[in-house]
Design a protein around this ligand. Structure first.
Ligand code: ADP
Length: 365
């Protein structure tokens, strides 16, 4: 049975049919006797000839009829009780279960789910309830993980700074410019992390204004490439831009798109060893422009690919740190920015050592 409405209608019909059937049966049973009694009586024989109104026979007949009606009402009443008990139990029980489950969720037990049976409105309510519970559970576990990750990320540079200071105080490390430079670098990491976190929370809350207008994507790519070219040159990684002359303008916030490009080109440089190649390719694809940032670097193993856009996710923490990498928030921010523009950012790689390709789309203005 599909809907509660149908079930209710059917239950009313059951009560009605039971009442009518009992009435018909009772009339069938009672009417002949009542009628015979009536005919046998003075009223029936004389057809009121005696002239003194309806007598004993007619009231016998009436009593018979009322008895039949009484049976019918009683049967309908009993049927109504039985049917409503049956249906209300089926409606009330799942509601009760959902009430209990929601109370347990409110107490922090996010793994709570309700059992679903049938296909009616209550079943779909149950499904929505379970979806909601699942969403709450993932949000909660993300919050916990975020707190854990943030404290871990903060602890690492702090421990390093403390270590340097203690070594300095004990005279284990010389008070040389190099030592102070190490300390400063750790402090830089800390402040970068704090900046990233602030940016992340702004981006994830959608609390950043996008100043969208038609811009030349080629120009943005060239600007970003120019900014990064000293770093590329000093690491001896070759950067090639492949931008068609007839590339249409896109609808974007210049600064935000430069931020995305800087992240992708920065990562490509970071994870590509010296004398490698990085290529930026843009092309029109329907009503969007697709930008590919391809490198011949370390690549990303297939099992890590689905996670690299997660917060704090780094394929190899030590590798990322050695390469001067950040905290694993860059791609999370980049993806959020691209999505805020109505585009998509994805990654692809042939595997470890086989280079990576990051692709994002922006709408044509
Ligand atoms: P990070 O600040 O550590 O670079 P990102 O969010 O920018 O953080 O990147 C997440 C992880 O994805 C990196 O730690 C790195 O392991 C991997 N990654 C990103 N870009 C590349 C790339 N071009 N080549 C190989 N690995 C990459």
């Amino acid at each position: 049975m599909k809907s509660i409405r149908v079930k209710l209608l059917l239950s009313y019909l059951v009560v009605l049919v039971v009442g009518v059937l009992v009435m018909v049966a009772a009339v069938q049973f009672a009417a002949p006797t009542a009628y015979t009694r009536y005919m046998m009586s003075e009223d029936g024989m004389g057809m009121g000839m005696s002239g003194h109104g309806p007598g004993l026979g007619l009231s016998n007949f009436r009593a018979g009829m009322f008895l039949a009606l009484g049976y019918a009402i009683l049967a309908a009443f009993l049927a109504a009780i039985a049917v409503s008990l049956f249906f209300s139990r089926r409606i009330v029980a799942p509601l009760q279960e959902m009430t209990n489950a929601s109370q347990r969720i409110a107490e922090g037990r996010y793994d709570e789910r309700v059992a679903i049976s049938g296909q009616d409105e209550l079943a779909s309510l149950g499904e929505s309830f379970n979806q909601m519970a699942e969403k709450l559970e993932t949000t909660e576990s993300m919050r916990r993980r975020l707190l854990g990750d943030v404290s871990h990320e903060l602890r690492t540079p702090l421990t390093a700074i403390k270590g340097y200071m203690e070594a300095l105080m004990d005279g284990v490390l010389p008070a040389s410019p190099e030592t102070f430079d190490q300390v400063r670098r750790e402090a830089d990491r800390l402040s970068r992390l704090v900046d990233d976190l602030q940016e992340l929370s702004r981006v994830e809350a959608g609390a950043f204004p996008l100043d969208l207008h038609p811009v030349s994507l080629s120009m943005l790519v060239q600007t970003t490439a120019k900014r990064l070219s000293p770093a590329y040159e000093s690491k001896n990684v070759h950067l090639t831009l492949n931008l068609p002359a007839d590339l249409p303008q896109v609808l974007a916030d210049e600064d935000r798109l430069i931020q995305v490009l800087t992240n992708l080109l920065g990562n490509a440089l970071m994870y590509t060893p010296s004398s490698g190649e990085v290529t930026v390719l843009a092309e029109r694809a329907g009503n969007v422009v697709q930008v590919l940032v391809r490198d011949t670097g370390l690549g990303i193993p297939a099992e890590n690919l689905p996670h690299i856009f997660d917060r704090f996710y780094r394929v190899d923490k030590s590798r990322s740190r050695q390469a001067g990498g950040g905290s694993g928030i860059g791609l999370t921010i980049a993806r959020a920015l691209v999505e805020a523009h109505g585009g998509k950012l994805s990654a692809d790689s042939g595997g470890s050592g086989l280079g990576s390709t990051f692709t994002f789309t922006v709408k044509i203005a």
